[in-house]
Design a protein around this ligand. Structure first.
Ligand code: MG
Length: 258
């Protein structure tokens, strides 16, 4: 069942998404060579507390960390630990917060001090694919129009989209209907309607799309060891242009430049 948010719901949800975007900004700025993923997780927890929010991920299906930190060939759901980030790594940071009883969910891949050309292209393509998907989040379209836009942009750029994990509706629960795949599967797909809030989140591999889960039960990695990137925004379908709820103010000019 797809939950349509009322104006009153959105009054509560908008600030949750702004907090998620702000925490992601802060955590991204904290990334530098030598820092451990455990320190990143603790920093994220402190920033959430500062904003009066809490992690939407900690304890979700028993997830043990405050944010997901996925390095290089790790796709999503990476766990914090003693690993030190190295110059040239790329790190996918996924932040979900609960605030006002609503959830904001947003992710971004950043480099640790800089990275190689392939990694940079992978991040650029994944971010642009997210915006291609967001542009399709208008009434009259179907979820599959988002999926198609993401998949075509990624594959035309020579990369691949992950099949096993998908975007989702989000609100008071982290995973609401509908699912928002980053690929077209030929199944019937719901129509987009004003008031729907969805997390659009391309997970893009530099190599083949196949992934596997490590023995920790959480960390998803590419099967071929290739790099992976992940960008995500929580988006509101309106009567007109989509509203990106997890966009901190300063990112607006960047999106227009892309
Ligand atoms: Mg998500």
């Amino acid at each position: 069942m797809i939950i349509i948010k009322s104006d009153r719901d959105l009054e509560a949800m908008r600030p949750a998404c702004i907090v998620a975007g702000a925490v992601l900004d802060e955590v991204a700025a904290f990334i530098e060579p030598g820092v451990t993923t455990q320190a990143v997780d603790q920093f994220a927890a402190a920033r959430m507390k500062h904003h009066g929010a809490r992690s939407a991920f900690l304890g979700f299906h028993k997830f043990p960390c405050h944010v997901c930190i996925s390095v290089n060939d790790q796709v999503v759901h990476g766990l914090a630990g003693p690993r030190q980030l190295q110059f040239g790594d790329i790190v996918s940071l996924d932040v979900g917060v609960v605030y006002n009883r609503y959830i904001g969910d947003t992710a971004r891949t950043v480099s640790v001090g800089g990275c190689g050309l392939l990694a940079q292209k992978l991040m650029d393509v994944t971010e642009k694919a997210l915006y291609e998907g967001i542009a399709q989040a208008v009434p009259g379209n179907r979820v599959a129009d988002i999926s198609r836009a993401v998949q075509e942009y990624v594959e035309n750029s020579g990369f691949s989209v992950v099949r096993e994990f998908v975007g989702h509706g989000v609100g008071r629960s982290m995973h609401e209907d509908p699912q928002v795949p980053n690929f077209v599967d030929g199944k019937s797909s719901p129509k987009l309607r004003p008031g729907m809030t969805i997390a659009i989140e391309p997970m893009v591999n530099a190599g083949l799309p196949a992934v596997k889960i490590l023995n920790d039960g959480w960390t998803v990695v590419t099967q071929d060891g290739s790099l992976s990137a992940h960008f995500e925004h929580t988006v509101l379908v309106t009567e007109g242009e989509p509203e990106v709820l997890t966009w901190p103010e300063r990112m607006l000019s960047k999106s227009r430049a892309l």
